[in-house]
Design a protein around this ligand. Sequence first.
Ligand code: FEO
Length: 164
Amino acid sequence: MISLTMQNALNAQINAEQASAQLYLAMSAHCDGKSFKGFAHWLKVQASEETMHANKLIDFLLDRGGKLELRAIPAPPTEFGSITQVLEATLAHEKGITAKINALFELARSEKDYASEIALQWYVAEQVEEEANVGQIVDHLRAVGEQGGGIWYLDSKMGKRALV
Ligand code: FEO
């Protein structure tokens, strides 16, 4: 049986993952509105991935006999600026999620909750990948700028991301 402390912390992380999905959906719509269909697609896939992250934690919580307490998801903004600013905001958001996952991992360790620690290892590794992927996109955007044809090439590449 999972401790109440760990249960509350996992419920908070489930909410953070669901809020990430909402944020990326809003970003996707913003890019779509600028006719950057590739970036819109990439962000929509990212939103699906965040829902998967939340659902994986829900399954784990329930498997441990915990109680799922879904919380309200704050409404994301509707304006995000330029495409580069969208991806910079994505990177900043992912760094925030990494900090939350690390704190959760630390809590599992201090609680001697070995099952949670092992489950959270997947998220620690996933965050390394998330930050690396988004960081690379930000680097490419900064390199090509938003005036020439480079950004449309990037847009076509972003549109090729496979669905999860
Ligand atoms: Fe589930 Fe992108 O962190």
